[in-house]
Design a protein. Structure first.
Length: 643
């Protein structure tokens, strides 16, 4: 059983941990606020992405300091409770009391529960903070137009970075040293975060000095290095959270889950191997560092790994420029080659001091405006038919305002009819060899700048165009017009690219809400046009037939008129001639008429000639033998003689 002196010593250590944790929390919080103000809110003072990224370790240090503060407060409460139990147990009148089961003493159980579950919570919290801030930095870098902001005074920025670096390194070293004691172990994550912050401020100081020497590009390179370092740190929190469930419980926990094993390798100068051994012992649950295999690997493997890492670092001095590429030589972030490098193998200082950036100028690149379909990533063939109600892009689609057709009666209204459409338009381009410097250094993210230009041009063009015409006959014209406007604006800001093609592959109403109703409207319009075309076909078929019928009727009437008039004229002429003949020789005319009647009109009738004076004499004329009765053969005297 512990003595009262041991309990008092534990209470004193817990109180000291609380005081140190409070100081650490205040220190990291103040540094965090200074970094936010000087590096992000007033970014023109620091003018450095590296300086701004110190927010990440400072935010982690603040959270871990709060965790240490809570740990110290609960530890102090548990130690005070143990002292009270000890005093109760010393009293003779309470000798029969079982103080271990006294419900009044809950601080010990609370402390044990905190030690058991709180590290997982802080590990998850550290992962969320790291991932969230990295995402915000990445998004900010991608959305930033133009070059990186430069500091108003590079020397002032370097001086502030140096001061913050010294404060961080001294505080981090102090807390890392205090954490060697078992009672202050929870101070090590905050100390590691402060040491990491000191490293970030050191890089910020170097980049500020280089900016003063007119080498501003080194800051961007340092920022990306830190970006990946923090990404690995966030992944380590997830890894520690997972492997903690598989750690053997034979050994007592010596470090919290949220403590970074990678940072622990460097928080104690000269203790890298010891920290590795401690991590192995902790993970496997037995003394791995005491085996002969470990001592052999400690003597032989470490030099080999260091030599391999050195060779790997030296290999970054070898660069190759491909046959279709152009290279730009950089040293300490500054361009040292006035002319671009052609294809071949080149040597430069190792990373990050030297680099050769390569650009494939003959390769067609593209950015997407609107949405990006699954076929664009996989290389699969786009479907020939895709309904408006189907999802066109996997990452969502941007909606644009477009002019709508004026309805009947809308011409008198002052309002403009508009609609929303989704656009699927890749912008294909390549780098101009003559403007490679503009492409490489004129903009932080040329693809993002080009995408924003294309979205702006597409918005302006669609707002002044007809929706129906763009979806039908003017799509090719729209693509060419948009291409020319994008090229003009890209030349204005110096992107250094040549826009090859901007095909309007998809132009459709929004899929979820508008497309079904719009498809019904278009279907009704198609039915209307189909009926109009059917009526036109019927008119084309009926009208010529009716015109032909009218022409035929008119022709028949005209022919009937002509025929009737001519017949009437002929009848009148014949009657006139007959009248003249009758007037000249009435008897002959009458005889000729009778004979004509007998010959033509009574040709099929049997005829008998009966004399008016000789009633008993009958003359039978057989016209079959002689078809015509010739007047020469008749005795005209007898016929005219009444006697």
């Amino acid at each position: 059983m512990e003595s009262r002196n041991d309990l008092r010593s534990a209470i004193d250590r817990a109180k000291l941990l609380v005081r140190l944790s409070i100081i650490s929390t205040l220190l990291t919080a103040v540094l965090l606020i200074l970094t936010l103000v000087l590096g992000i809110i007033k970014s023109t003072f620091a003018g450095s992405d590296v300086f701004a990224m110190a927010v990440i370790p400072l935010a982690l240090g603040t959270v871990f300091s709060i965790a240490s503060l809570l740990y110290g407060m609960l530890l102090n409460a548990a130690a005070v409770e143990d002292e009270e139990k000890f005093l109760l147990a010393r009293r003779k009148d309470n000798a029969a009391l079982n103080v271990a089961e006294d419900v009044r003493f809950t601080a010990g159980r609370t402390f044990q529960n905190f030690r058991r579950y709180a590290p997982y919570v802080f590990a998850v919290l550290g992962t969320v903070i790291t991932a969230g801030l990295l995402y915000l930095f990445y998004r900010h870098w991608g959305m930033r137009m133009g070059g990186r902001p430069l500091p108003g005074n590079a020397l002032h920025s370097a001086l502030v970075s140096a001061i913050l670096m010294l404060v961080s390194i001294f505080a981090g070293a102090f807390y890392a040293g205090q954490s060697r004691a078992r009672s202050f172990r929870w101070l090590r994550p905050a100390g590691g975060a402060l040491i990491l912050t000191a490293g970030v401020f050191f890089l910020a100081m170097v980049s500020a000095v280089c900016c003063h020497w007119k080498v501003p590009a080194l800051d961007t390179r340092f920022a990306w290095i830190l970006f990946w370092i923090f990404g690995v740190l966030g992944a380590e929190y997830v890894f520690n959270f997972i492997v903690e469930f598989y750690r053997p419980r034979t050994a007592e926990e010596i470090r919290p889950v949220f403590e970074s094993r990678l940072l622990a390798l460097f928080t104690e100068p000269g203790g890298v191997v010891r920290n590795l051994a401690e991590a192995l012992d902790y993970q496997f649950g037995f003394k791995v560092s005491g085996t002969g295999l470990y001592h052999f690997l400690e003597r032989a493997l470490a030099p080999l790994v260091l030599a391999w890492l050195l060779l790997l670092w030296l290999s970054t001095a070898i660069h190759q420029v491909g046959p279709d590429e152009i290279g730009i030589r950089e040293r300490f972030g500054r361009v040292v080659s006035p002319e671009p490098l052609t294809s071949g193998v080149y040597f430069e200082m190792p990373f990050p001091f030297g680099n050769i950036r390569t650009f494939a100028c003959d390769r067609i690149r593209q950015v997407f405006v609107g949405g990006k379909s699954d076929a664009d990533d996989s290389g699969a063939k786009r479907p020939e038919v895709m309904l408006w109600t189907q999802k066109h892009a996997k990452d969502g689609e941007n909606e644009f305002v477009i002019a709508d057709e004026n309805k009947a009666g809308d011409e008198r209204r002052d309002s403009v009819s508009v609609a929303l459409v989704s656009l699927d338009m890749p912008v294909q381009y390549r780098i101009r060899r003559s403007e490679i410097m503009k492409y490489a250094y004129g903009n932080v993210n040329p693809d993002q700048a080009l995408r924003r230009i294309a979205e702006e041009v597409a918005s302006e063009y669609l707002a002044s165009s007809s929706m129906i015409r763009l979806m039908t006959v003017d799509r090719q014209l729209a693509g060419e017009t948009i291409r020319r406007r994008i090229q003009a604006r890209a030349d204005d800001i110096g992107l250094g690219i040549e826009v090859i093609n901007t095909p309007v592959l998809g132009l459709h109403p929004p899929v979820e809400k508008v497309a079904p109703a719009f498809q019904e409207v278009i279907g009704a319009m198609e039915q209307m046009h189909a009926k109009i075309l059917a009526a036109e076909a019927y008119r084309t078929k009926v009208v010529p037939a009716a015109r032909l019928q009218a022409i035929r009727i008119l022709s028949d009437a005209e022919s009937y008129r002509v025929r009737t008039a001519k017949v009437a004229e002929a009848e009148a002429g014949r009657f006139s001639r007959q009248l003249t003949s009758f007037r000249a020789m009435p008897q002959i005319f009458m005889l000729n008429a009778r004979l004509s009647l007998l010959e033509k009109d009574a040709a099929d009738i049997r005829k008998f000639v009966v004399s008016s004076s000789l009633k008993n004499e009958i003359y039978e004329l057989n016209f079959e033998e002689k078809a015509r009765l010739d007047l020469i053969d008749a005795d005209l005297g007898k016929m005219t003689n009444k006697d």
